[in-house]
Design a protein around this ligand. Sequence first.
Ligand code: ADP
Length: 376
Amino acid sequence: MLKVGILGGGQLGRMLLQAAKPYEVQTHVLENDPECPAAPLCDYFTLGDIRNFDDVYAFGKSLDCITIEIEQVNIEALEKLAGEGVVVIPEPRVLRLIKNKIAQKAYYQEHQIPTADFVITQTQNDLLQHIPFLPAVHKIGEGGYDGKGVQVIKDATELSKGFDAPAVLERMVPIKKELAVMVAINQKKETAVYPLVEMCFDPTLNLLDYQLCPAQVDPSIATHATQIALQVVQEFRSPGLFAVEMFLDQQDQLLVNETAPRVHNSGHHSIEAIDSSQFDMLWRILLSLPLGSTRMRNPSVMINLVGSGVTGTAHYHGMAQVASTEGLTVHLYEKKISKPGRKMGHMTLLGSDMQHLQEQARELKKSVSVSGSSER
Ligand code: ADP
């Protein structure tokens, strides 16, 4: 039986493990929180730091294959493991490229992949040379996630908001829609592409608010987005599952924002809405099995359940009220502590009419919530 390790034990690792059931595989997780969402579901849990060379190397050296559920991992250890014959998916070279926003933008530019214009800055002071480039978005090269590490700089009075570290200053895109395409590529270089999805963000938390599949765009835009995503992924020359995030601007131009080299929040609907979910598909890639079908079963809307109120023991509200909603599946991540903005679960609603699905999503958002309380 193949031994497969996952670096990181959050909700993505948890849902990946939930999808392992049909396969003959022994699962291992490395994570420094023994109460993490993936811990109860893996065969073997190792306590350790995914950013630490020794921890990752010791974890990986007896495995056949290793993958990630978060980018902030020790890449040097993965390189050493790959050199010793452990199959690392995606390849460490691609993780290194994607982990750094400067390298990632340079990659798009080099491969003529449409992306917002940008300049590179090393210090906050460098921004002074780029005042004509404003308004722009400053993105720290390494270490940012979920909007942390991203600052809008409207004009010269806001330069102090910029990062005093290597970063990308990207032209502000007049965004009409945010879209994503999930692409699977296996060890034989075969590909499978998921239907285009549309993401609607919560402007205050900068977190995905809800996601629609299929995206409500002209079919020619969907075709073009798919072509761009395939190009991005094929040029990586690495097996893996990738989420290519794009902006559609007011002129209907598509621009690649960034690529996630792993299962992704924009693909959660695939558990119910697509024949082979993003998690099932990743197992097929890891275990060298034929790719699954990306046929859409039903249009869907996916809503994130994020913590509100204060940090504390998680309490769920309104669950019973929505329990009998036709087409609804609720996923909770078993996180004991709720924090404002923390992803605690998600809901996927299947339907047929997109307009109606969006109205229902708004109602569901009002009915269901998660909050923290200080009582134990
Ligand atoms: P993160 O990797 O932290 O999620 P992103 O690069 O995806 O950061 O940026 C977070 C959000 O900021 C995007 O989803 C988008 O709404 C907004 N954003 C990012 N880049 C631009 C840009 N060039 N123009 C306008 N908005 C942007």
